[in-house]
Ligand binder design. Structure first.
Ligand SMILES: NC(=O)c1ccc[n+]([C@@H]2O[C@H](COP(=O)([O-])OP(=O)(O)OC[C@H]3O[C@@H](n4cnc5c(N)ncnc54)[C@H](OP(=O)(O)O)[C@@H]3O)[C@@H](O)[C@H]2O)c1
Length: 293
């Protein structure tokens, strides 16, 4: 049986320092505040926002959710984002995705200033990933950041390791590849046009699945030598309603050294990274205004 790389022990270990960092701001009269924009009633989005708000409040920060109807116009949506971006009491902001089609043209990645962009999607923050800047100097995209934190917690070193990342999205695969490269891994990126995926996966020390296809990576993708590490980023609803990853967990768990469960693996790590980003954002804004914490 593989080592289960669960997020709960990581979050338990990290929470006291998040609370302490938040308290330092509060002692100076500054309460870190997150502004969330939620459009419509997508059930998964409602759950994600609730989880983010819960952790935010647990560490002592404020989380305000602006819930907008599905029918909100692009101009009204844009105006509200700009208003929050100018509000000095708001330190971090994000828009819960997905958005309805008519809002796809709203350039949220640019309307949210990089210093408040807790999702880490702004070009300036992507540049931070690209350049391998220190963690506390920019807002790193949350899922890749959470993956790195989880690996560090379980002392899984990347130096010299062969890593395969399946999935090249802008929010997961690509930034994660750069972070792992910065940590001296030899990274291979795969996508829907990549041939010989089985062979690539079997030849890797660490396999990251960020595909969005429920249980696609089954036992035929792993080498059964109990030495591979599997990071499953996927979150998919199976036909029977069960939440599953991109890896067929039950078939693979006996073949590898370590694996993240779904749920309880990368998902909560994304949330904790968002909260960490809120505190970094608050600190960067204090620095900019010359407030010493
Ligand atoms: N746990 C979390 O917090 C969290 C956060 C974000 C996302 N997710 C989950 O992670 C998964 C990926 O999300 P995403 O936003 O990165 O997805 P995405 O933007 O849809 O990207 C999926 C990637 O998978 C590749 N792909 C699709 N089918 C493939 C196949 N048969 N073989 C190899 N590669 C294939 C695509 O290749 P092409 O580029 O060639 O199309 C693409 O690069 C989803 O299940 C999502 O729900 C979880």
């Amino acid at each position: 049986m593989a080592l289960l790389l669960k997020s709960d022990s990581v979050i338990e270990a990290l929470t006291p320092s998040l609370i302490e960092r938040c308290a330092k701001f509060k002692a100076r009269g500054i309460t870190p505040k997150m502004q969330v924009f939620l459009v419509g009633e997508n059930p998964a989005s409602l759950v994600y926002v609730r989880n983010k708000k819960r952790l935010c409040e647990k560490i002592g920060a404020i989380c305000e959710v602006t819930q907008l109807p599905e029918s909100v116009t692009a101009s009204s949506f844009e105006k509200q984002i700009v208003q929050s971006s100018l509000d000095s009491k708001i330190h971090g902001m994000f828009v819960q995705l997905p958005l309805p089609k008519h809002l796809h043209e709203v350039p949220i990645d640019y309307l949210i200033p990089p210093i408040k962009d807790v999702d880490g999607f702004h070009a300036q923050n992507i540049f931070g990933v690209f350049s391998g800047l220190p963690n506390n100097s920019y807002l790193c995209p949350c899922t890749p950041k959470g993956t790195m934190t989880l690996l560090a917690h379980y002392k899984i070193s990347l130096a010299g390791k062969k890593v395969l990342i399946v999935g090249r999205s802008k929010i997961v695969g690509r930034p994660l590849a750069l972070l792992m490269l910065t940590h001296d891994a030899t990274v291979t990126m795969a996508h829907s046009k990549t041939p010989h995926l089985h062979e690539l996966s079997k030849n890797s020390d660490i396999v990251v699945a960020a595909i969005g296809r429920g249980e696609m990576l089954d036992q035929t993708y792993f080498r059964n030598t109990q030495d591979q590490v599997v990071i499953d980023v996927g979150m998919n609803k199976r036909a029977d309603g069960k939440l599953v990853g991109d890896v067929k967990f039950d078939a693979v768990v006996g073949m590898v050294h370590a694996i993240t469960p779904v749920p309880g693996g990368i998902g909560p790590m994304t949330v904790v990274s968002l909260i960490d980003n809120l505190l970094i954002a608050t600190e960067l804004q204090c620095l900019k205004e010359g407030v010493k914490i």
